[in-house]
Design a protein around this ligand. Structure first.
Ligand SMILES: Cc1cc2nc3c(=O)[nH]c(=O)nc-3n(C[C@H](O)[C@H](O)[C@H](O)COP(=O)(O)O)c2cc1C
Length: 356
């Protein structure tokens, strides 16, 4: 599968392969019965998978991470594949192209992807068209960010603009303060800069009838002290949870040759190289907040065993991206199956001695 994927991505380019997937999913969305069929083929329904987190009912804890359905175009068929929730975005206020192509590369020796998309978004108005149509029964999150050209001091206005315009159509929001694929993007790291973004969102939410949980999506490249600071912000404010983590800009320890990496250029790595660091971060956040807040664990979850370890570390829900690309359409279902405890069969009691 890995080699086939690499070949396809070599022939088409990883981004064109992704675009082809989106086209197929859009067709699946339009043609009657296809979503039903996908659900029948791939989704796993089991009451032991259901979760109640920040007031939302999830049919299973496996979500699709941000970046796959950036503009909310195909979340219905993705949900039909068995994901318990789909996070769209990152959505920016105004449309932006992102970095020049090519900007996505598969690294099969590492079970990883390197990307420097740089937040390509059609802007919130295009997303609004896609999400305002009925999507009952699908838990939909929205990952929000700022336009690249917006200076850091105006970042809070960008986040608020996307948040308030999409508020009523979403189940939760992920505030992306972690997207830095080329070291050039601004990542707020201080309490002041994070609070400057969050406070206007909390204020807006206070005036609404419906409550929408707000989560902070953090980078794996933060120091332990910075991770503690993010956790303290969650404990001290109305923030509802943390999503840990985004992709990493560290390339050390990869199996891919230096020459191959040089050809790819700068970018953030996702997939297997992230597993250990992300689990460690989730454990750190969980311990510091005494397990009292929901954590969504994401980064390098490539097998059911990874998901179990992430949950043991303290994640309430998990998300996948690279694992889905490498394992294909049935991945959410496979992870769900691995979480369903095998039925314990009662030992048959020895036959009672017959009365003679
Ligand atoms: C091609 C690609 C694009 C991504 N785009 C975004 C994005 O727009 N916003 C975001 O918060 N995370 C984005 N991510 C990060 C993922 O949501 C996820 O946090 C990260 O890839 C780690 O999970 P994984 O190892 O399962 O891929 C992107 C990842 C990839 C591979």
């Amino acid at each position: 599968m890995k080699r086939v994927l690499h070949l396809i991505s070599r022939l088409l380019g990883a981004e064109r392969a992704h675009s082809c997937c989106l086209v197929l999913l859009r067709i699946a969305d339009k043609v009657p019965m296809v979503k039903w069929l996908l659900h029948k083929l791939y989704a796993i329904e089991d009451s032991s998978l259901e979760r109640e987190v920040f007031g939302i009912h999830f049919r299973n804890p496996i979500g699709l991470a941000a970046g796959f359905d950036r503009n909310g175009e195909v979340f219905r068929p993705l949900s039909a594949l068995g994901f318990g929730f789909v996070e769209i975005g990152t959505v920016t206020p105004r449309p932006q192209q992102g970095n020049p192509k090519p900007r996505i590369f598969t690294l099969p020796e590492d079970n990883a992807i390197l990307n420097r998309i740089g937040l390509a978004s059609k802007g919130f108005e295009a997303v609004l068209e896609n999400v305002r149509k009925e999507h009952k029964g699908i838990v939909l999150g929205c990952n929000i960010g700022k336009n690249t050209v917006t200076p850091p001091e105006e970042a809070p206005i960008d986040y608020l603009r996307v948040f308030r315009n999409l508020y009523q159509y979403m189940d939760y929001f992920a505030v992306n303060v972690s997207y830095n694929t080329t070291h050039k993007q601004y990542i707020p790291r201080s309490r002041e800069s994070i609070m400057a973004i969050l406070e206007p969102l909390f204020d807006f939410r206070r005036g609404q009838n419906q409550y929408r949980p707000i989560l902070l999506k953090i980078s794996p490249d933060l120091t332990n002290e910075e991770i503690d600071l993010m956790t303290d912000i969650m404990v001290d404010t109305p923030l509802d949870g943390i999503i840990a983590t985004n992709a990493t800009t560290f390339h050390s320890g990869l199996q891919t040759s230096q020459e191959e990496l040089r050809k790819c250029g700068a970018g953030a790595v996702s997939g297997a190289p992230l597993t250990e660091r992300t689990i460690e971060i989730v454990r750190r956040v969980y311990t510091r907040c005494n397990g009292t807040y929901p954590i969504i664990g994401v980064g390098g979850l490539m097998t059911g065993e990874d998901v179990k370890r992430m949950m043991e570390a303290g994640a309430t829900l998990v998300q996948v991206y690279t694992g889905f690309i490498y394992n294909g359409a049935g991945f959410a279902g496979d992870l769900c199956k691995s979480l369903i405890a095998p039925e314990v069969t009662e030992p048959t009691s020895p036959a009672a001695p017959e009365n003679q």
